[in-house]
Design a protein. Structure first.
Length: 120
């Protein structure tokens, strides 16, 4: 019985670990990126930009992208999201940035977004 559980644990680890490791490899590759600094219409007047957004092409298809949001002063990675879309533009609001038609990030990013960005 212990052997059966050991085999199931090994198989589950492989099934979960392999796609995750492929994703790590894709995110680590040099990619063509479009960088935007938070525009003046996306923040209060007279306030310097707080964020920098990147959209990078990753993967094998023309629809796989990686969105990264950085702190403008420290260049610390705050958010990293992998998504599929046909759109390649950032739309900035005062408290939100959209990187896809139906996906975006609240500004400032949540603690969970910051934690996920630190994972490989």
């Amino acid at each position: 019985m212990k052997r059966r559980y050991s085999v199931l644990l090994i198989v589950a680890t492989i099934l979960v670990g392999l796609p995750y490791s492929c994703g790590v490899w894709e995110r680590a590759q040099d990619a063509k990126c479009i960088r935007e600094i938070q525009p003046t219409y996306g923040r209060k007047p007279g306030v310097p930009p707080k964020y920098i957004g990147d959209i990078c092409f990753v993967g094998r298809s023309n629809l796989d992208y990686l969105f990264r949001l950085y702190d403008a002063q420290t260049r610390e990675l705050l958010v990293e999201r992998h998504y599929r879309s046909t759109e390649i533009e950032l739309i900035w609001g005062e408290d939100f940035v959209w990187y896809s038609d139906d996906e975006g990030v609240r500004l400032p990013p949540t603690w969970l977004d910051r934690l996920r960005a630190k994972l490989p």
